[in-house]
Design a protein around this ligand. Structure first.
Ligand SMILES: [Mg+2]
Length: 287
C-alpha cells in the first residue's frame, strides 16, 4: 500500500474518530454550557477539594496552638487596637464555603440553568441543608476545647441568621452559649458586607487568633478594587497568608470572579464573560 494511501486512510480514520467524539457534543439534547460546571463539580465531587480543605484546617490547628502560646499574636492588625495580650482568645471564620458547604445551591443553579438570586438563596438557607466543609467541625471543636471562642462572621443577612445558626448547630459546630457568635450582615447599622466593623466589634473583647475565609473580603475591607489593586493589597499582607489568615478554596464565586468586570453585577452575563476572558493571560499559541 502506498504511503500516501496509508496516510489518507489514517486521516480518514482520524476524521471518523473525531466525528464519533464530536457527535455527543452536538446532540440536540446536549446540556447547556454553564460557566460554573467544572468549579461546582470539583467542589462537590472531587477528593482533591476535600483534601485541600482538610489541609487548610490541619494548618489552622497548628497555627491556633502557636497563637495561643504567643500573646503578641493577632490576626486583625487593623481592628485589634490597644492592649490585647490578656483578652480571651477567639477565631473568626466565615460561613459560606469556609465552614458550610452550599454546593447544593450552586449545583441547583447549574442544573436548573439559573444563577444566584437573593430570593432562591434565602429559600436555600431556610432549607437548612448546607453540609459541613471537610475538616471544619473538627477544627472548630478543637478551638472550643482550648477555650477559644469561634465567631461566625457571615454575609448572610439578619433574616437568614436563625436558619444559619440552626444549620451550624445541627452540623455539630460549637455555638457561643451566652455569647452571640453568629454575626450577620446588616444586623447592626454599621455592619455592612465589609466585615471590618464586625472584626472590630469582636476585637474589643477578644484577641483574634485566626481569620479563616474563602473570599478576600474575609480578611480585609480592601477587596473590591480592580485586579491590580487587589494584588497590591494581597502583597502588602504577605506575612499573613498561611500564618494567621487561612484561605479555603472556592472557584465557584467570590470577589475574584467579579473583579474583572468591576464588581458590576448588573452587567449582562455575556459582558461579564467577555471581561473575564479578557483578563486571562493566554499562551501566544503554536508558531
Ligand atoms: Mg464565604
Amino acid at each position: 500500500m502506498p504511503a500516501n494511501a496509508t496516510c489518507r486512510r489514517g486521516i480518514a480514520a482520524g476524521a471518523f474518530a473525531l466525528l464519533m467524539f464530536a457527535v455527543p457534543a452536538i446532540a440536540a439534547d446536549a446540556p447547556p454550557a454553564d460557566d460554573n460546571l467544572n468549579a461546582v463539580l470539583w467542589m462537590q465531587r472531587s477528593v482533591e477539594y476535600k483534601g485541600a480543605t482538610m489541609g487548610a484546617f490541619a494548618l489552622a490547628r497548628v497555627r491556633l496552638d502557636q497563637a495561643l502560646a504567643d500573646k503578641t499574636w493577632t490576626a486583625a492588625p487593623v481592628e485589634q487596637t490597644g492592649t490585647f495580650a490578656e483578652k480571651p482568645p477567639a477565631v473568626i471564620v466565615d460561613v459560606d464555603e469556609t465552614v458550610m458547604d452550599n454546593s447544593g445551591y450552586q449545583a441547583w443553579n447549574v442544573t436548573a440553568g439559573t444563577s444566584f438570586s437573593p430570593k432562591t438563596w434565602t429559600q436555600f438557607v431556610d432549607s437548612r441543608t448546607s453540609t459541613a466543609i471537610p475538616g471544619a467541625v473538627d477544627f472548630a471543636k478543637y478551638a472550643a476545647s482550648k477555650g477559644v471562642k469561634v465567631f461566625y462572621v457571615t454575609n448572610r443577612n439578619a433574616d437568614e441568621k436563625p436558619s444559619t445558626a440552626k444549620n451550624l448547630e445541627a452540623l455539630g459546630f460549637p455555638m457561643g452559649g451566652n455569647v452571640d457568635t453568629v454575626l450577620a450582615s446588616r444586623e447592626k447599622p454599621d455592619w455592612s458586607s465589609q466585615k471590618g466593623t464586625r472584626r472590630a466589634y469582636i476585637a474589643k473583647d477578644y484577641r483574634i487568633l485566626l481569620l479563616l475565609g474563602d473570599n478576600f473580603g474575609d480578611f480585609t475591607d480592601d477587596y473590591r478594587g480592580s485586579e491590580a489593586e487587589r494584588m497590591k493589597v494581597f502583597e502588602a499582607n504577605a506575612a499573613h497568608w498561611g500564618r494567621d489568615w487561612i484561605v479555603l478554596p472556592n472557584p465557584a464565586y467570590g470577589s475574584f470572579e467579579s473583579a474583572p468586570y468591576g464588581h458590576d453585577f448588573k452587567k449582562a452575563a455575556g459582558d461579564q464573560r467577555a471581561a473575564k476572558r479578557g483578563a486571562l493571560t493566554p499562551w501566544a499559541g503554536p508558531k
